[in-house]
Design a protein around this ligand. Structure first.
Ligand code: SAH
Ligand code: SF4
Ligand code: F3S
Length: 480
């Protein structure tokens, strides 16, 4: 999808200082090293990127993959590869443990393949104690970098190749955004697009602001140009990505609102669907609701994390809205856009959460009737204010509340899911059905999944489908 020749670089010249030219220089250099490795191996060296965490990480992995392909590696679907990269997440403790578990497994593979290189990046690497542990216990790792210097991947890779020692480079923060590096998309027809990086909200339980740094918005022209290029390359749906998209543009030299950005994205010819993630309730403006209501491209799905239904807990979480604010916001959205699916994230067992607080959360769940909800058990993250709060809730109590919440959330989504049965809706065909080759799987505007009989050549197209039957979390349909 990229003209490879445009990345060729004259290696006899001095190393450029400005970006992205500097990285193109290192990509050219890495390409030579990979060629040498290919000759040694007698085959093309392979790579595997494993991604943990959110859409932001998924998009980063596409960029890392773009660079690996650019320099001559071929993709392998398993960790039996010459270069394995883990793009990590640290939002909850179990995300962390998973990575350590996998590393043990990789060590065995590396013993059998001395040419193998192992690299780690992403949010977990921004934590000092993690990097210390890796230096101490996982000395077979070749390269460790963080979220702020991810654009330097090619340069760091060359360093690791040449030194044959563990290369570790982690930055505390950055104000830099490097544009125009290669990207290899997972799907030809849809793509994530970063509109901002970092987060300034400091919800008291959350580690993201510490590992992703301060909020930085991309220039609107860069975003629009990227989307135009994606459309020219076959993309029909974009997902605009940010930890809090509703505060987009506040810190630009010429400030712009998220609603204004959406209005401009909407005008891009050929683009058919727009999604975005994530909306913080405190910044969701009336202007945005108006834009959503009048848009024909913005999908009917709003992810609006609640976290807790108790105003007392919300205050301790530093969410800056009350239970009533949240409910009023949902009412306003439903009034203007009745078919908008609303989904959420909820944390159970935040420090000091009482049964009464929990029942407030259950009450919001009852009142809002979420189309679906991600429920999480509170996980204590070192360095966040909540980690040192009093009243950490005992595990059995949390587990009991979690089970009650999950049960109710699932019942409600199953009930809600059925409501479109019999209707004809527009569906983006996303892939072949995993269990039945005669079927394809598509996604409705409201994010519901539907399986129906159609030819795989329709993947990437928008088609009309009658929803014949609801199976709880998905529909069965037929093309009309
Ligand atoms: N920026 C997004 C959320 C990103 S993290 C927002 O503000 O909505 C995704 C979800 O992980 C959060 O919505 C929250 O529900 C959950 N989460 C974050 N930190 C957590 C923690 N310490 N324990 C449990 N869940 C957590
Ligand atoms: Fe974390 Fe809150 Fe920022 Fe979301 S808004 S990433 S929950 S600090
Ligand atoms: Fe995880 Fe980092 Fe995303 S901590 S949820 S991958 S921003």
């Amino acid at each position: 999808m990229h003209d490879i020749s445009s990345y060729e670089f004259d290696l006899t010249k001095e190393v450029p200082i400005s970006e992205p030219q500097r990285q193109f220089y290192y990509m050219a250099k890495a390409k030579k090293l990979v060629e040498e490795l290919e000759q040694k191996l007698g085959r093309k060296p392979s790579f595997h990127v494993a991604t943990f965490g959110c859409q932001m990480n998924a998009r980063d992995s596409e960029k890392l993959t773009g660079i690996l392909e650019q320099i001559g590696y071929v993709e392998a679907d398993s960790e039996d590869a010459d270069f394995v990269l883990y793009n990590t997440c640290t939002v909850r403790e179990n995300a962390n443990n998973k990575v350590y578990g996998h590393l043990g497994y990789l060590h065995n593979k590396k013993k059998k393949n001395p040419h193998m290189m192992i690299a780690l990046c992403g949010c977990m690497m921004q934590e000092e104690h993690v990097v210390e542990t890796i230096r101490r216990k996982y000395q077979f790792v070749d390269l460790v970098f963080g979220t702020h210097n991810i654009y330097k991947f090619a340069e760091l890779l060359v360093q690791a190749f040449l030194t044959r020692q563990m290369v570790v480079e982690i930055w505390e923060d950055t104000d830099q955004i490097v544009e125009n590096l290669p990207v290899e998309r997972k799907y030809p027809f849809k793509s994530g697009v970063n509109i901002m990086f970092g987060c300034n909200n400091f919800c008291s339980y959350c580690i993201v602001p510490y590992v992703r740094g301060r909020e930085r918005s991309r220039q609107p022209e860069d975003i629009l140009q990227e989307i135009r290029n994606l459309v020219a390359d076959g993309v029909v749906e974009v997902m605009l990505l940010g930890q809090n998209v509703n505060s987009y543009g506040k810190n630009l030299s010429e400030p712009m609102t998220f609603a204004q950005l959406l209005t401009e994205v909407e005008q891009i010819p050929g683009l058919q669907r727009i999604r975005f993630m994530t909306s913080h309730p405190k910044d969701l403006s009336d202007e945005l609701i108006e834009v959503l209501a009048h848009s024909s491209k913005i999908c009917r799905h709003l992810h609006l994390p609640l976290q807790s239904g108790s105003t007392r807990i919300l205050e301790k979480m530093n969410r800056r809205y009350t239970k009533e604010d949240y409910l009023m916001l949902v009412d306003k959205i439903r009034e203007k856009i009745p078919d908008m699916a609303i989904t959420t994230d909820i944390i159970v067992g935040f420090p000091g959460e009482t049964e009464e607080d929990f029942l407030e959360t259950m009450d919001v769940v009852e009142k809002v009737q979420y189309d679906s909800a991600f429920t999480f058990i509170y996980s204590r993250r070192t360095g966040t204010p909540a980690a040192s709060m009093e009243g950490q809730v005992p595990e059995e109590v949390v587990k009991d509340r979690f089970d009650r919440l999950l049960k109710r959330v699932q019942e409600i989504s199953a009930q809600k899911a059925g409501c479109y049965t019999g209707q004809v809706v527009e569906v983006l065909v996303e892939g072949e059905n995993e269990h039945d080759a005669a079927l394809v799987t598509g996604r409705m505007s409201n994010n519901s999944i539907v399986h129906f009989a159609a030819d795989a050549s329709l993947i990437g197209s928008l088609v009309q489908v009658r929803l014949t039957e609801c199976k709880g979390f998905y529909y069965i349909g037929e093309m009309v």
